[in-house]
Each structure stands twice: as structure tokens, then as C-alpha cells.
Design a protein around this ligand. Structure first.
Ligand code: 5GP
Ligand code: ZN
Length: 143
């Protein structure tokens, strides 16, 4: 299937590339939330955060930290968001895994969702469910 981010990584499509090495490439988002909004992708295609292999992810995160510092300094941002959207419901539109680096400025806009409150006892039920899932898939953890 045609993937625009694979095409950018292979230099078949144009992008404003700001950094690359053997396995990752970073370029500016064409529709920025703030100017300087950058994306960091593995050159190899993985659909999302759950399917990228851990070694590739570690390298991508290190590169993202490095590029985030450069973005922040270059646009003189007060802060930044590192975001990864996974799945339609989370706003993923390109199914080639990537991190967003979004420079932020004091009082530029409000990014906060409406928070929920747990009903009495519910927080433990949610934690129990997640603890069981964590144990069930323990063999894939290599931390
Ligand atoms: P997602 O919604 O999957 O988290 O993020 C995909 C991002 O890729 C969006 O913010 C979108 O603006 C950006 N994008 C989509 N197509 C292109 C493109 O052809 N070139 C560049 N540079 N960015 C793109
Ligand atoms: Zn791809």
C-alpha cells in the first residue's frame, strides 16, 4: 500500500527535512499546530507504537529528544509536546509510526481534554484489569 511517509523517507516525495541518520528521518509537518512542528519517523515502515520493534523505538526516542531541543531553541519556544497518535480514535491519520514535536508558547492555546473522576472503587478495578493484561503479556517485555 502507498505510504506518504515511506515516500518521504525514500526521497520520492518532497519534505522539509531537518535531520536524518541511517534509520530515522525528521521533517516539518505540512499542517503545523505551531510553526516548527516537526515529525520524526523510522525509515522502515511500522504501523504504530505497538508494532515498532523496541530497538528501533529506542533509537527513534533518542533522536526525538535531540531534535526537540533543536526545535525548541530554533523557534524560541517556551515548551513542547511530544505526541504519538495511535488509531483512528486517537487521531492517527498516517499509519506509519511517528512522533510529533510541537513547539509551545505560553498561552498559545489550551490542549487539555475534559478530565473524568473515578467513581468510588473504580480506580482499583481499572488498575486490576491492566495489571492482569501486563502479566499476561509479560514475555514480550524486554525492559
Ligand atoms: P497523525 O494524524 O497520523 O498523528 O499525523 C500525521 C501528520 O502528518 C499530520 O499532522 C499531517 O499534517 C502530516 N502530513 C500528512 N501528509 C503530509 C505530507 O505529505 N507531508 C508532510 N510534511 N506532512 C504530512
Ligand atoms: Zn510507510
Amino acid at each position: 500500500m502507498e505510504c506518504i511517509f515511506c515516500n518521504i523517507a525514500e526521497r520520492k516525495s518532497e519534505a522539509e527535512i531537518v535531520f536524518e541518520d541511517d534509520s530515522i528521518i525528521s521533517f516539518l509537518d505540512i499542517q503545523p499546530i505551531n510553526y516548527g512542528h516537526a515529525l520524526v519517523i523510522p525509515k522502515k515502515h511500522f504501523d504504530n507504537f505497538l508494532t515498532i520493534p523496541p530497538e528501533e523505538l529506542i533509537h527513534l526516542i533518542n533522536a526525538t529528544q535531540y531534535i526537540a531541543g533543536a526545535v525548541k531553541r530554533s523557534v524560541n519556544a517556551d515548551g513542547f509536546n511530544i505526541i504519538s497518535n495511535n488509531g483512528d480514535s486517537a487521531g492517527q491519520t498516517i499509519y506509519h509510526f511517528h512522533f510529533h514535536i510541537i513547539p509551545r508558547f505560553n498561552e498559545d492555546f489550551n490542549f487539555k481534554p475534559k478530565f473524568k473522576n473515578y467513581k468510588t472503587g473504580d480506580i482499583k478495578n481499572y488498575a486490576d484489569g491492566i495489571r492482569s493484561a501486563v502479566l499476561k503479556y509479560k514475555d514480550i517485555y524486554n525492559g
